[in-house]
Design a protein around this ligand. Structure first.
Ligand code: SF4
Ligand code: SF4
Length: 82
């Protein structure tokens, strides 16, 4: 499945204030989308992120959040017939 990346709102968010720089998320990321920047985890290759949630699940301080995209049907009723 290809995920459209019209904006970055769906990407993992890292709360720097909560990040201890332990590196667990970086080690677990299967696509090397994360790296350490100035002692904190950072999403340096957002286009590589597959939204697998490994980083979120491994973070001991809950510094990473994946804001799941909510898809709504468009123009509900548009195709209603009879
Ligand atoms: S696992 Fe959490 S605390 Fe550790 S480097 Fe990643 S974001 Fe920071
Ligand atoms: S969601 Fe998966 S691919 Fe994306 S940054 Fe986290 S571990 Fe890496």
């Amino acid at each position: 499945m290809t995920v459209q990346n019209e904006n970055d709102n769906w990407l993992p968010r890292i709360e720097a204030a909560l990040c201890t720089g332990c590196g667990e998320c970086i080690a677990r990321c299967p696509t090397a989308a994360l790296a350490s920047v100035a002692g904190k985890a950072a999403l340096i290759r957002p286009s590589a992120c597959t939204y697998c949630a490994a980083c979120e699940s491994v973070c001991p301080t809950n510094a990473i959040e994946l804001p799941y995209l909510i898809c709504k049907p468009r123009d509900e009723g548009e195709n209603d017939r009879e």
